[in-house]
Write a protein that binds this ligand. Structure first.
Ligand code: BGC
Length: 404
């Protein structure tokens, strides 16, 4: 078990999955999953790459008695597990360039750890992802207060955000993709936010190893603010395998939004040229991480929103590509969102272990949260995050898994 995948997890997913031998093969992480490069194509054929399948299993029960399920969907090559708790990506199993499959997403194998310990591992974050200064904002002259949960600011929707709610789930399956549509209705006043917000977030995996996330939100009663994102943490060498310093990042962003000591944007859009924030050419994440740039000192590394390059005619833009040179895995991100928080796992501190029973230490993973800019409700120069009754918010982010 090079992946440290608990044996019972293998049995539950591969054995009980009922995906058939071909697709289940993609779930295995043992020596039989390794092949020389020239055997990989044959192995893909054997595994049935392109065969879409999904199953549902019980995952746990919340203290107030709500059942939480895990949905596991595969295309025979990439396999994703998602929880109804927080519409959370629990596992992402992908092959490396030799065909050796590992889980590359940080997470836990049990619900109590998600509830007690998780720094938003894989979660769908809302109602407002990222920070709101002092938890305060106004819409049309009405002042609102969100619970403070990060220094003197509100982070990721307050003390009980969408990551800690049980979402309704519906399987979506077509001839080209499979996945789950998650829905959560947040009542008027929940966490201090105005208006009843219905969020529908659909995660689908296609035959070309694209995990597509479609966000859809509407509000009734009062205008509100929203900033939905996903907070998956990746280590492309496998979760729990150590530092991501050696991952190579290309980030399509001419500017970033510098922050104050509380990680609230100052309001400036600062060019990245000539700074450690310039990843327009592929560069190792660790190459400048320890530089004395004041913004890196404040963030203890990268914990900043990047202003992404212009979108194409379809509204989508290339945002970033991450590459781990040793195993060769890549993840490429396209999004319709104007920004992305690149977070180099600075606050992981080794105090708990994840799904593979390995401690997660500082810099052992990265998150790339596509989003509107932090604190937009208080920043007149940033694109608006206000959603009014009758309007429909949509956005799309696609993670493409590959090897190089
Ligand atoms: C924030 C970090 C925070 C992390 C986990 C990121 O989105 O920017 O500061 O530590 O989420 O909560």
């Amino acid at each position: 078990m090079p992946d440290n995948l608990p044996r019972r997890q293998v049995l539950r997913t591969a054995g009980a999955l009922g995906l058939g031998a071909a697709a289940a093969g993609a779930l295995q992480t043992g020596a039989d999953a390794v092949g020389t490069p020239d055997k990989v194509a044959a192995m893909d054929a054997q595994r049935g790459h392109g065969r879409l399948d999904i199953r549902k299993d019980p995952f746990g029960t919340t203290p107030d008695g709500q059942a939480v399920d895990v949905y596991t969907f595969t295309n025979g090559r990439v396999t994703i597990s998602m929880l109804t708790w927080g519409a959370t990506i629990q596992r992402v199993d992908t092959p490396d360039r030799r065909g050796h499959t590992k889980n590359i997403s940080l997470g836990f194998d049990n619900l109590p750890d998600y509830a007690a310990l998780s720094p938003y591992f894989g979660a769908t974050v809302g109602r407002y992802g990222n920070r709101i200064a002092k938890g305060k904002f106004s819409i049309d002259g009405h002042a609102y207060q969100i619970p403070i949960n990060n220094g003197e600011n509100a982070l990721h929707g307050g003390t009980i955000g969408f990551d800690k709610r049980v979402w309704k789930a519906k399987v979506v399956q077509s001839s080209s993709a499979v996945g789950v549509a998650f829905t959560y209705v947040s009542p008027d006043g929940e966490m201090g936010f105005p208006g009843e917000l219905t969020s529908k977030v659909t995660y689908t995996l296609d035959k070309h190893d694209n995990l597509r996330i479609d966000y859809h939100a509407t509000v009734t009663g009062k205008p509100t603010i929203q900033n939905l994102t996903n907070h998956v943490y990746f280590n492309l060498a496998g979760e729990g395998s150590g530092s991501i310093d050696g991952h190579i990042l290309q980030l399509n962003a001419p500017k970033f939004t510098p922050v104050d000591a509380g990680l609230i944007p100052t309001g400036e859009l600062t060019p990245v040229a000539g700074t450690p924030f310039d990843f327009n050419q592929p560069t190792a994440i660790g190459a400048r991480l320890r530089d004395d740039h004041p913004q890196l000192v404040i963030g203890r590394g990268y914990d900043h929103n990047f202003v992404l390059g212009k979108a194409g005619a379809d509204g989508m833009r290339f945002a970033a590509r991450f590459w781990e040179p040793a195993a060769g895995r890549t993840v490429t991100v396209h999004t319709s969102q104007p920004g992305a928080q690149f977070y180099s796992g600075n606050f992981l501190d080794g105090t708990f272990q994840g799904i593979g029973n390995r401690a997660y230490r500082q810099g052992d993973a990265f998150a790339f949260e596509t989003q509107h800019f932090p604190d937009s409700p208080n920043q007149p120069n940033f694109p608006s995050t206000v959603l009014r009754p009758g309007e429909v918010f949509t956005s799309t982010t696609v993670y493409t898994f590959g090897t190089k």
